[in-house]
Structure formats: structure tokens, C-alpha cells
Ligand binder design. Structure first.
Ligand code: ADP
Ligand code: ZN
Length: 366
């Protein structure tokens, strides 16, 4: 497949996302194009599932071009987005002799990207950062520059905005992803379609089977469109004043599910999948959305093997309580992103809580 490049337009911090099957082999030239010279020391951060497959080839490609490369491998999973692991990685970076001209490469999914980006944002007040995502879900976090770690009292409470210099997306690396992670990634792809592009939703429906099989050409296109939709929103609103809130479709519900399941039963993609269904349900109930949006949303998510049913054992009242404490709720008032139609959403600031509760109760079968 041809290599495709799209640019996230952010003035002087504009950066390319290069997408292609096998494109990791071109890492050295692309890193150099991003303004990181071979005299710079590089530091690759990866996790224990990804590193056995992709770390050596990546390092070799860079070393052949003259880069000196150190690495640090962390345990997989959300637990690694901790202050303790952050400190360990910083220690390794200092020991490896990284300086202000050095760059940090994140080789892995969202966890590695968030942690590595935060290390890059804070090491010597900020050094260059390159993302090499190996999950489909990470197409979402590769745009927007949000990096960070968790605090025992809450997720992503410690962080920064730090834009990468380059995102290098090798679709070949996705083929070793567990199916559940593939589905979770498609949840964010679908979200981007539901927010802004009805014809992209048509296309996802039409090609669901080959996308699910990770057909390189089509997955590349899906990543590209997903990134482009997010990039357009982020470019217009880099620090989250207005439009960027639309990216939260399904997330106010989803975050509450994740928190109440203690981040164990549902992963992020699954939680927002159910959340997007609920948003459509509420929107139809209050006459905000045209009829049929809920049914089509649900069908689309099923095509990508995503759950849409109310999570077992959760109380709608408890979910509502957590939603009201969401970082994005202002003064305890719930603002929800709701669909008007497929491909069109709006932030609604004064949804009646009773309507939300009733919709949830109906879904919970209570
Ligand atoms: P995300 O938030 O993007 O889903 P994570 O970093 O939580 O990312 O990754 C999800 C899981 O998939 C982790 O266990 C990770 O080690 C694993 N993983 C990431 N990329 C790959 C890959 N290309 N092949 C196999 N496993 C992978
Ligand atoms: Zn998300």
C-alpha cells in the first residue's frame, strides 16, 4: 500500500502522521525529516508485549542510520501509567545520557504513548517526542498532544499538552493485536465517523468485514480519516475551549462505566461503545435526534464485534452520580454530547437528568 501522510496543522508545531504497511522500516529517514539529527540520542519506550516483536527492528533501522538508541521496556497495561513507573523511566533516561537534543520514541499503544509523551514533556522541561503506535485505538491519542499518567485518586490527573514531531503508523504492526483490542480501536474510529462524517460511516458499514480482517489498504484509510477528523477539531481548538468537547461522544457514560468496573471488566473502547448507544438513546428520547440513529449506531458497533448492552451489575443511579463528577462536568451540571443525526453531534448543556436516568434504566432492563 502506498504510504500516506496527513498533517496535524498547529502552526509551528504542525506534524505529520505517516501511515503505511511496513512503514516502520523508513523510521530513520522520517525521524531525520522531523528535525531530529543522527547526532541526537534516542530513547525508545515500549512495553513487554510489543517489544519482543517490534523493538529490535526499529532500533536496528535507526542504528544503521547512525542514531544511538537506548530503550526502556515497561510492563503492559494501565498500571504502568503511574508515578512510580514514570520515575523509573526518568531514571533510565538520565542514566542513558539524554540531553535537550534527544528524542523519545513511544513504541506501543495508548499506555506507552501517554507515559512516554509525559516523560518527553517534562524531561529537561521538554524534549522531542515521536509516536510509533501499535494499536488501532492509539490513532485517537496520536492526535491532540494530550499526555499524562494516573494518580491513585483518578485517571489522567497528571499531564501536559505535548505535541509529537512525528507519528509513524505501521499498519502491519496491528496484525498481532488481540481481537478485543482491534474492536476497541474501531470504537474510536466509529466515534469519529458518528461525530463528523456520515459518508465515512456508510463506508465503514460497507467494508466492515474486510476492515475487521485488518485489510491494510482499508485500515490505513480508516486510520487516516479518523485522525483527520480529530485533527480538524483539535486544530480549531487546541486547548479544549469548545469544539473539542464533541470528541467526548459516548465518553461521559463510558468513563463512568470504566470507573465503576474499576477498569477491569470493560476496556475503554467497549465502555464508549455502550456509551455511544446511550447517547443516541437519550437523544432520541428527548426528540433531539432523528429516529433511527440509535438503531443504526448499535448495528454499526455490532459489525465491529463491540458490546452495546448495559454492563451487568451496574446501577443507573450510581452511573449518573459518577457522570456528574466527570472532569468535564462544570459546576455539577451535566453537559452531554448527543447525536442530531449520523455524522452530526452537538454539546447539549442542560439535558434533564431524569431523561438520562430513564434512558439508562430502560437499557438496564430495570
Ligand atoms: P491502547 O490504549 O491503545 O489500547 P494499550 O497500551 O493499553 O493501548 O495496549 C493494549 C494492549 O495491547 C496492551 O496489553 C499492549 O501490550 C498490547 N499491544 C499493543 N500493541 C500490540 C501489538 N501490535 N501486538 C500485540 N499486542 C499489542
Ligand atoms: Zn476515548
Amino acid at each position: 500500500m502506498a504510504v500516506e501522510t496527513l498533517y496535524v496543522e498547529l502552526g509551528e508545531r504542525t506534524y505529520p502522521i505517516v501511515i503505511g504497511d511496513g512503514v516502520m522500516q523508513q523510521v530513520a529517514a522520517l525521524v531525520q525529516d522531523a528535525g531530529i539529527s543522527p547526532t541526537s540520542r534516542l530513547f525508545v519506550i515500549s512495553d513487554e508485549n510489543v517489544s519482543p516483536r517490534y523493538l529490535q527492528p526499529l532500533k536496528q533501522a535507526l542504528e544503521t542510520a547512525g542514531y544511538r538508541v537506548a530503550d526502556c521496556v515497561i510492563p503492559p497495561g494501565e498500571q504502568s501509567k503511574s508515578l512510580a513507573v514514570y520515575e523509573q523511566v526518568l531514571t533510565r533516561a538520565i542514566e542513558a545520557g539524554l540531553d535537550r537534543k534527544s528524542a523519545i520514541l513511544a513504541l506501543g499503544g495508548g499506555v506507552v504513548g501517554d507515559l512516554a509523551g509525559f516523560v518527553a514533556a517534562t524531561y529537561m522541561r521538554g524534549i522531542a517526542f515521536v509516536q510509533v503506535p501499535t494499536t488501532l485505538l492509539a490513532h485517537d491519542s496520536s492526535v491532540g498532544g494530550k499526555v499524562g499518567i494516573n494518580h491513585p485518586l483518578g485517571k489522567n490527573l497528571i499531564g501536559a499538552f505535548h505535541q509529537p514531531r512525528l507519528v509513524l503508523y505501521d499498519t502491519a504492526a496491528l496484525r498481532t493485536l488481540p481481537e478485543r483490542e482491534v474492536a476497541a480501536g474501531f470504537a474510536e474510529v466509529i466515534k469519529h465517523g458518528l461525530i463528523a462524517d456520515a459518508s465515512f460511516v456508510d463506508w465503514l458499514e460497507e467494508h466492515a468485514a474486510s476492515l475487521w480482517q485488518l485489510d491494510a489498504e482499508r485500515v490505513g484509510r480508516a486510520i487516516r480519516r479518523g485522525c483527520a477528523i480529530k485533527a480538524a477539531i483539535v486544530s480549531a481548538d487546541e486547548t479544549e475551549q469548545g469544539q473539542r468537547a464533541l470528541l467526548n461522544l459516548g465518553h461521559t457514560f463510558g468513563h463512568a462505566f470504566e470507573a465503576l468496573c474499576e477498569y477491569a471488566v470493560l476496556n475503554h473502547g467497549e465502555a464508549i461503545s455502550i456509551g455511544m448507544c446511550l447517547a443516541a438513546k437519550v437523544a432520541e428520547r428527548i426528540g433531539f435526534a432523528e429516529a433511527g440513529v440509535y438503531a443504526r449506531t448499535k448495528r454499526l458497533l455490532h459489525l465491529f464485534h463491540l458490546p452495546t448492552d448495559w454492563p451487568d451489575g451496574l446501577e443507573p443511579e450510581a452511573v449518573l452520580d459518577v457522570m456528574k463528577r466527570d472532569k468535564k462536568a462544570v459546576g455539577g451540571k451535566l453537559a452531554l454530547v448527543l447525536p442530531r443525526a449520523i455524522g452530526k453531534v452537538e454539546l447539549v448543556k442542560d439535558v434533564d437528568e431524569q431523561e438520562i436516568l430513564t434512558a439508562m434504566k430502560k437499557e438496564a432492563g430495570a
